[in-house]
Write a protein that binds this ligand. Sequence first.
Ligand code: NAD
Ligand code: TYD
Length: 349
Amino acid sequence: MKKIIITGGAGFIGSHVIRLFVNKYPDYHIVNLDALTYAGNLENLRDVEAATNYSFERGDITDEQFIDGLFATADFDAVIHLAAESHVDRSIMDPLSFVKTNVIGTAILLNAAKKYWADKTDKLFYHVSTDEVYGSLGETGFFTEDTPYDPRSPYSASKASSDHLVRAYHHTYGLPMVISNCSNNYGSHQFPEKLLPLMINNILQSKPLPVYGKGENVRDWLWVEDHATAIDVIFHQGKVGDTYNIGGFNEWKNLDIVHLLCSIMDKKLDRLAGESAKLITFVKDRAGHDKRYAIDATKLNSTLGWKPSLQFEEGLERTVDWYLANNTWIENVTSGSYKKYYNQQYTSR
Ligand code: NAD
Ligand code: TYD
């Protein structure tokens, strides 16, 4: 039986990866290591928590003693590392917590893997990263695996640092690793600080929809379950030491995506066409706002045969359906520090 530790499994993408691995691989034991920050929520995993091949370990990746102890007692075959501070706006308000979790936390995990795996080559450290490490594109072009790193926000700089550390442990100590850099994800269980769930929540409450700047920035959107299947394929078939870009060739201007969302929500909520769009409010732009991201996923498509499964419009509708059916989830995750964050972020914008 393979023993795999997945970090950040109670978060948005991590919970989808855990669900996929627990259900698809009954002969793997999946350990979910998560600190349960504001972004982590065990409700995301209710449907798999009773599975005999799943267990949860609450802990912080920046706690060196705890991580060392965990690796000393469990003989892990692989790490899939997703735990991170993940929201750009929070990184602008509090960069040091991003350095702590994303850089130091990753280094602590790498050190434990290096120490307890020694020179064994049948292990794997899979580091989940973002396309934001490549910087910002102009009107044309795509990020490939060879695009030089040019991170511009504290979030992307901290993720770039962690990518560099993972590669450095491979080159210096021979640690078997693989990295993937994915575009913006959307789908169920995403915390309502990110664009789509924030807009869905505000439409439900008839609150203003804060579009940064003129809404002309472009993001490349991927269904979160397609990200999880890409991680599955790369984990099992990716070349050790290599990097894979993950994306669905699906670029949207922010304003267009918000309009599409408004029209879907008008229909679902039996509102008059155009009613939700009236809530759109242009607000002060994000500091250092990256203009455009677009992933070239040709390498992953052609070498490992992975393709996204879902058209964006269908995925967005499914996402809206999930949020409409899970109002209690929204209430629960926004009941803590969310109001304070929201006021700090949007009140005087
Ligand atoms: P998320 O914020 O929803 O979840 C992060 C999880 O990590 C939470 O469960 C949180 O409790 C946990 N965590 C945070 N700090 C921790 C610590 N110190 N110790 C242990 N656990 C900790 O994030 P997400 O959107 O699911 O992103 C997951 C990973 O994927 C991140 O590494 C992110 O950089 C990367 N990524 C995200 C996107 C995206 O669109 N969301 C795109 C590409 C890559
Ligand atoms: P976000 O979901 O934070 O992802 P990222 O910044 O990592 O790409 O934001 C997606 C885009 O939406 C980004 O260009 C910023 C913009 N945005 C808004 O216009 N308003 C908002 O309230 C938020 C959260 C984001």
